[in-house]
Design a binder for this molecule. Structure first.
Ligand SMILES: Cc1ncc(COP(=O)(O)O)c(C=O)c1O
Length: 453
């Protein structure tokens, strides 16, 4: 079966479309015989799926902000699947991982180990509010799943409220709270009681604010919480990756509504945690502390799979039941990577760096918006940045966004198109000012090329 844009819901999704004509044309123009041969082997031996296999290109190495392909071409990576806060091959993280491998490479679950304890203690130190009890696992989806189990146990309820268009992982439980047809459609029954509300995204508000947020979406969520009366948890990314930055009153209102309803607030900060938004956690940026914080991706230092939940101590209620029984729960190597990552972010002042550089980039993007008719709006929160492309009539310029992305790849800049029309720019936080300006100049030039075509 071949996946097509229509029935499986490519339209407006967060990831790359891997079967588009633009992708095919790029491959024809840019890949040498050896890379094509490896890609064909990849497609032969891996199960195909939308958003990955067949793949774009074959990588040989990565360092700092750069990916390098088999042919030796280098790309500034403004995508990185959000794992690369401290850059690829970060020497401090590599050294910590190598040392830990020599010391203790695995810890069976009946034992604990010093790196795991130190990481849990560090997360309790840096997490917002009183969040202070952790559990680790190897993937973001598994961590969201643990948060859902914890919410059920702590409240004695099972319903959840989450956002349409959201992604929280590709397992069946996280696809149920997620809001994308790509993951929910044609796959059979999902978890019962997983209800959805429109996301607080003024640019595409489904409740009719027309881009001038009047917090109807907050009112709607409050209404559903009140009507249902037995919702275990509201599950959401505090700021979507596009980025969709909610009205400043949105999350304080939802926090208060959750408190009234006895509902837990679970923030999925898997892609945006650890400094990207100019604060260590997005929760701090929006001034709201959740009951459970979910971390992942960059927590493994851009090298290892690592995720965690950090909860209020009062939610430590499952001593007699399994909450997350993962083989690599206290893996000393992934914990060492996470500790080195956090230490590097703190020692290098990367949180402040992301805030200052992000403000500078936002200014440059605003200036670009005045010159490019394709730019609808620009968004930035630290080094989480987005440029939304629209046509004259205001509809999303999806095809143009994809063209800009492939032109940028030709010039050595890799980024993701989210929601179909948003050039989403998430560089490593170790990026310098000159490199950031060079990347934005590439976007600028590619927009001109696409606008002239
Ligand atoms: C917001 C969000 N939540 C959860 C996940 C799932 O993380 P993982 O791929 O580690 O399971 C992702 C991954 O892209 C994500 O962006």
């Amino acid at each position: 079966m071949t996946a097509g844009p229509g029935p499986h819901g490519f339209e407006g999704i967060e990831g790359d479309v891997n079967v588009s004509p633009e992708r095919g044309a790029w491959r024809e123009r840019h890949l040498d015989a050896e890379s094509r041969r490896w890609l064909d082997e990849d497609a032969r031996y891996f199960l195909h799926q939308a958003l990955s296999t067949p793949c774009l290109n074959v990588l040989a190495r990565a360092d700092g902000i750069y990916l390098e392909d088999l042919a030796g071409r280098r790309y500034m990576d403004f995508h990185g699947n959000s794992v690369h806060q401290v850059g690829f091959g970060n020497p401090a993280v590599l050294a910590a991982v190598k040392a830990q491998l020599d010391q203790l490479g695995f810890s069976p679950r009946r034992y604990t180990n010093v790196p795991a304890i130190e990481l849990a203690r560090t997360l309790a130190r840096i997490a917002p509010g009183a969040l202070g009890k952790s559990l680790f696992c190897p993937s973001g989806a598994a961590a969201v799943g643990m948060a859902l189990r914890l919410a059920r146990a702590a409240t004695g309820r099972h319903k959840t409220l989450s956002m349409w268009d959201a992604f929280h992982g590709a397992s069946l439980d996280t696809s149920s709270v997620g809001g994308e047809r790509m993951f929910r459609g044609d796959i059979g029954p999902l978890l019962p009681g997983t209800e959805h509300v429109p996301p607080p995204d003024a640019a595409r508000c489904a409740l009719g604010c027309g881009g001038r947020c009047d917090l109807r979406c907050a009112g709607y969520l409050e209404y559903v919480l009140d009507k249902e009366g037995d919702v275990a948890a509201v599950v959401a990314e505090p700021v979507r990756s596009t980025p969709a930055i909610p009205h400043p009153d949105y999350w304080p209102r939802i926090r208060a509504a959750c408190d009234r309803a006895g509902t837990l607030l679970i923030f999925d900060e898997i892609p945006q945690c650890l400094g990207r938004t100019g604060r260590m956690f997005v929760s701090e940026r929006i001034g709201v502390v959740p009951d459970v914080l979910v971390l992942g991706k960059g927590l493994g230092g851009g090298i290892l799979p690592m995720a965690a939940i950090v909860a209020r101590p009062e939610l430590d209620v499952m001593a007699d039941r399994a909450l997350g029984h993962y083989t690599h729960e206290k893996n000393p190597v992934t914990c060492a990577a996470a500790l080195a990552t956090i230490a590097h972010i703190e020692a290098e002042g990367l949180v402040e760096h992301a805030r200052v550089l992000g403000d500078h980039a936002l200014g440059l993007m605003q200036e670009m918006a005045r010159r490019h008719r394709l730019i609808g709006d620009v968004r930035g929160l630290g080094l989480l940045m987005g440029i939304a492309l629209v046509r004259d009539g205001g509809e999303p310029a999806n095809a143009e966004a994809e063209r800009v992305m492939y032109r940028a790849l030709e010039r050595g800049l890799s980024f993701k198109v989210s929601a179909g029309n948003v050039l989403t720019l998430t560089p490593p936080l170790v990026i310098g000012r000159a490199e950031l300006e060079r990347a934005l100049a590439i976007v600028d030039e590619c927009l001109s090329v696409v606008e002239r075509a």
